[in-house]
Design a protein around this ligand. Structure first.
Ligand code: PLP
Length: 388
């Protein structure tokens, strides 16, 4: 049976070169980076190198990087840390309706438990926010704008540099969740005019459980954890040295591979999109056709359930997703697709195929061969398809 992994937006396999780079930090180089002896110094040096490599990937200064346990922590730290630091100057936050739950739930917490007011910007049918809406919502007391760089379900890329410009003009702190963008498209914090940016290693062939928050020098933000002086006093706890080394290596590789990766993956993506549109009727591409992550394909396959498509594909050896891995297990349709105006029924029949650097053209051909039959067999059993 074939074994095809097309769920790279959920996570990616760790690059063997990353694993090799990490290995010594589990065994011979085990010192605590805060220790004065050579064991500690070797670990500290590795962290410094990783920080430099990551800073280089996103156009930041090394001292502007704080390592976190992943994208969720980076989002929580950015949003809660800025809100708490600036609460005496205002209590209004602007975000969008299609953010990852790491952002949405952090905002909801601030709204329900900490007395902040949050505006959730709507999106159009392609998943794009409207800059005029953003400008209209800015108030005297707006302290933070948090809008994702690229959406994890439908791949739509927001006009981040323009949002950054608007935020800067209004002297509002701007955070972007770039977890799906870093390693998939060029991300430069200067160009994006971001004050804070979240990223996560496991989305670009690094290990799980490690990420980072870029914090522009001078940005007002509270400490994330109290304790030791690690991460410039911002996040106490002994550093996850192997994880940090893995993130640094993944960043170094991503920088080298990115231009060729984008070109290759984009052509596979377009082959998948066009192939599905040609072979299956009553499908709807979700997300923006052009301003889209090079690795994202998301379709609503009308009259069938996303979960049943996934099960059938799994039986064929194809691993895909109906949207966000974090919401699977709940029967609610995707908040992203609903915000884009899809009906509950159409949103339920969504299929996300997300590509990574190890996918091949043969795998795309295989998916295009198998998927029409899967859809046909499910529609044959669907009472709503019969009644249409
Ligand atoms: N933000 C976005 C856009 C994501 O896609 C994800 C993961 O799917 C996260 C945040 C959370 O990242 P992590 O799994 O590293 O906590």
């Amino acid at each position: 049976m074939s074994n095809i992994y097309m769920d790279s937006s959920a996570t990616t396999p760790t690059d063997p070169k990353v694993i090799e780079a990490m290995k010594p930090y589990f065994s011979e180089i085990y010192g605590n980076p805060s220790s004065f002896h050579s064991y500690g110094r070797d670990a500290k040096k590795a962290i410094m190198e990783a920080r430099d490599n990551l800073a280089d990937l996103i156009g930041a200064k090394s001292k502007e990087i704080v390592f976190t346990s992943g994208g969720t922590e980076a989002d929580n730290y950015a949003i809660k840390g800025v809100a708490e630091a600036l609460k005496d100057t205002g209590n209004h936050i602007i975000t969008s309706a299609i953010e990852h739950h790491a952002v949405l739930h952090a905002c909801e917490y601030l709204e329900k438990k900490r007395g902040f007011e949050v505006t959730y910007l709507p999106v159009d049918e392609t998943g794009m926010i409207n800059l005029a809406d953003l400008e209209d919502e800015i108030r005297e007391d707006t302290i933070l704008i948090t809008i994702m760089t690229a959406n994890n379900e439908v791949g739509t890329i927001q006009p981040i540099a323009e949002i950054g410009e608007i935020a800067a003009e209004n002297e509002i702190t701007f955070h972007t969740d770039a977890v799906q963008a870093v390693g998939n498209i060029p991300v430069d914090v200067q160009e994006l005019k971001a004050d804070l940016l979240s990223l996560s290693a496991h989305k670009f062939n690094g290990p799980k459980g490690i990420g980072a928050l870029y914090i522009k020098q001078g940005t007002k933000i509270n400490k994330f954890m109290h304790g030791g002086a690690q991460e410039r006093n911002r996040r106490a706890t002994t550093e996850n040295v192997p994880g940090i080394v893995g993130l640094g290596k993944a960043a170094e590789i991503a920088k080298k591979e990115l231009p060729a990766k984008i070109k290759r993956i984009k052509s596979l993506r377009d082959k998948l999109i066009e192939g599905i549109q040609e072979r299956i009727d009553e499908v709807q591409l979700n997300g923006h056709r052009k301003k889209r992550l090079p690795n994202n394909v998301n379709f609503s396959l009308k009259y069938i359930e996303g979960e049943s498509i996934l099960m059938k594909l799994d039986m064929e050896g194809i691993a895909a997703s109906s949207g966000s891995a974090c919401t699977s297990g709940s029967l609610d349709p995707s908040h992203v697709l609903l915000a884009m105006g899809l009906s509950h029924g159409v949103a339920h029949g969504s299929l996300r195929l997300s590509l990574g650097k190890y996918n091949t053209e043969e795998e795309v051909d295989k998916v295009l061969e198998v998927l029409p039959g899967v859809v046909e067999s499910l529609r044959a059993m669907s009472p709503i398809y019969e009644q249409k």
